[in-house]
Design a protein around this ligand. Sequence first.
Ligand code: FRU
Length: 424
Amino acid sequence: MKTNPEKFGATPHQPSLWTRADALKVRADDPTTTQPLVSADFPVLNNDVFIWDTMPLRDLDGNVTSVDGWSVIFTLTADRHPNDPQYLDEDGNYDILRDWNDRHGRAKMYYWFSRTGKNWEFGGRVMAEGVSPTAREWAGTPILLNDRGEVDLYYTAVTPGATIVKVRGRVVTTEHGVSMVGFEKVKPLFEADGNMYQTEAQNAFWGFRDPWPFRDPKDGKLYMLFEGNVAGERGSHKVGEAEIGDVPPGYEDVGNSRYQTACVGIAVARDADGDDWEMLPPLLTAVGVNDQTERPHFVFQDGKYYLFTISHTFTYADGVTGPDGVYGFVADSLFGPYVPLNGSGLVLGNPSSQPFQTYSHYVMPNGLVTSFIDSVPTDETGTQIRVGGTEAPTVGMKIKGQQTFVVAEYDYGYIPPMLDVTLK
Ligand code: FRU
């Protein structure tokens, strides 16, 4: 996509491209970029609900923050239905895989708390039924605003449509636990515009979600990352020389790759509170490479911008592939240019023997990476699986220049605080 300065106003940056040539460098099972095997005897956080997409409470600079010594995480959550006739198979057994696969349609925002940064205790739903304007409460970010405990929860209100919204509430602590109060008025912020970001009318499979607000460490302004697709009618995108990149002879054929149009979007706040936003052209596009760059987020380190985003094997374009996991890009300034980490972009992928073991990786500024367990094979052939819907073991990673290295593995759902705020 070419951006037109007249059309885009003050910050006419060119989106950086994740090219097909970059993606050809992806190597599954490289030990430095592969998540250790998750054992099938993992513990389950809570047997009544599935959880996925963990969102640690943090400040606007990205630091994972506890309050009065309590760590807090938000998760997308859905009830499990072991006794619902709808989820019983012909033999009357619970079809957990079908229940799990249906979870997105009934996703709700819940919170959990802990004194130790693991073994999370159930908090409950963040918003009462009826507060959120749509059926699905999809991923976003809870921001601790101040020492009064005020929290802005940015998230995605989905079906009908997909709107980036926020709701303000407060975290309250006692000796015994944490509660979330308020969260009663949801404010719509923006939707895809069809000019920079693809709309539902342009493509029924469009993605527009997963807000991640932050303060730019260099200019101090408030911005927001989100997942999008590049605007245009489905099938109309061109996979040109720039999107293909420098490929060896015989790799120029892109097949049907014009259907893969992921991008990482960015918006800038017009006000200090983040109630009024202007969308800017994408930071990064993956046209002809991949259709989903989900839950984009930053780690700011060594004066650089490390941009991470999760993606799937099934969303890759024809002729390129890679594992489910987290991919990354680095730049010296917010608007790029971004180059893929490790040459390819792959930062932490699933091992090919357990391709769905984890997903929704979130890289924290301390190098710890949290994710959820999707499904783990329980036999040699991989035909029998155990569904997760719970926290995966945390992975420790080092980020050095343009490379990353897996260096450690920690307990399930280990998300230690980087800062503690004493509430007034
Ligand atoms: C990632 C994700 C997010 C979305 C949510 C929906 O796992 O696809 O992009 O907000 O799950 O359940």
